[in-house]
Design a protein around this ligand. Structure first.
Ligand code: BTN
Length: 328
């Protein structure tokens, strides 16, 4: 344990009482001025600690930041987040960081988290506006033993895990929009960007990138999505602890990922279908440079959309942006 971690243990154990600098210095076997320096650094990390020349230090509140040690505390996973959690106050994109780590050989379960992204990426070449404070921006490295053509299943699996995390912690009516947007009352609260690296006929690694608008106020949303996006704060009127949601997401993701490896994709797909409520609906799908409209017959075992147009032609759609047109 680092000196800072040890200090936190003793301060938290103080449970609302003052802990003297002398006691801390003695326990950790450092000088009192070293204690002071480390406390200053903890305050910089967002921990609220009072200092008094006479009484020492009083732990008031844990940090609001998504610090690696705080994420780990109480995290009930076996693999995800159990190894390295790479934390950034600011980075270009957690997916880019995670790719770099994966290329360097980082194991499955490695997590990257940032408070702010300067080049957050969305699906289909879009940007993901990532201001500090309200959002979760995280990427997880997986190394699944599956062929590359099964990778889309992991995106659906992730959307189910993210929806479950929100459903288990809030009373919000959370839905999935194919393939992997998370909506509340028709507005997007979270998005997923999955990127894969293949080696011959197998997957080298998958980066699961997730962005969630948690405590983002309306004015904190980028103007171009202000009408189509929402946040947990906007829906509930309450600030929600981001770290609790992040932990729950990692836990649900591990549950579904393990289930996928041991029991296959069918149970996950049926949960996805329930949460997506898209089958039988008339939709419009914007493809890269074309548009389709039709009725959704099914989402097949690979996670592709089966669409039937008015003439009865059936098409299998791999990727696109869906707009609901109403039910037939
Ligand atoms: C979408 O377009 O809906 C996907 C958005 C994915 C955003 C997340 S934020 C963390 C990770 N890093 C990125 O650059 N993108 C993903």
């Amino acid at each position: 344990m680092s000196t800072k971690q040890q200090l936190l243990v003793y301060l938290k154990e103080g449970k609302g009482t003052w802990v003297s600098g002398e006691f801390l210095a003695h326990k950790i076997a450092v000088s009192r001025s070293a204690v002071w320096k480390h406390i200053a650094s903890l305050k910089d990390d967002g921990y609220v600690i009072e200092s008094s020349r006479k009484k020492g230090y009083l732990f008031r509140r844990t940090s609001d930041l998504l610090l690696a040690d705080e994420i780990r505390e109480g995290l009930s996973t076996n693999v995800l987040g159990k190894g390295e959690i790479s934390y950034f106050r600011e980075t270009d994109s957690t997916n880019t960081r995670a790719k770099y780590l994966a290329n360097e050989g980082a194991p499955e379960g490695t997590v990257v988290v940032a408070e702010k992204q300067t080049q957050g990426r969305g699906r289909r070449g879009r940007t993901w506006f990532s201001p500090p404070g309200g959002g979760i921006y995280t990427s997880i490295i997986l190394r699944p033993p599956i062929p590359p053509n099964e990778a889309p299943k992991l995106t659906l699996l992730t959307s189910v895990a993210l929806a479950e995390a929100l459903l288990s912690l809030t009373a919000l009516k959370v839905k999935i929009k194919w393939p992997n947007d998370i909506l509340i009352k028709g507005r997007k609260v979270a998005g997923i960007l999955t990127e894969i690296s293949t080696e011959m006929d197998r997957i080298g690694y998958v980066i699961i990138g997730v962005g969630v608008n948690v405590n983002t106020p309306r004015e904190g949303l980028s103007p171009d999505i202000a009408d189509t996006a929402t946040s947990v704060l906007m829906e509930t009127g309450k600030v929600f602890p981001r770290i609790v949601l992040l932990r729950a997401f990692l836990e649900w993701l591990e549950i579904y990922y393990e289930a996928f490896k041991t029991k296959g994709f069918d149970p996950i797909l049926s949960r996805w279908k329930h949460l997506a409520d898209i089958i039988g609906r008339r939709i419009r799908v914007d493809l890269m440079d074309d548009v389709r409209t039709g009725k959704v017959l099914d989402v097949d075992k690979d996670g592709f959309l089966i669409l039937q147009d008015r003439k009865g032609t059936i098409e299998r759609i791999i990727s696109g942006d869906v707009t609901l047109l109403g039910q037939e």
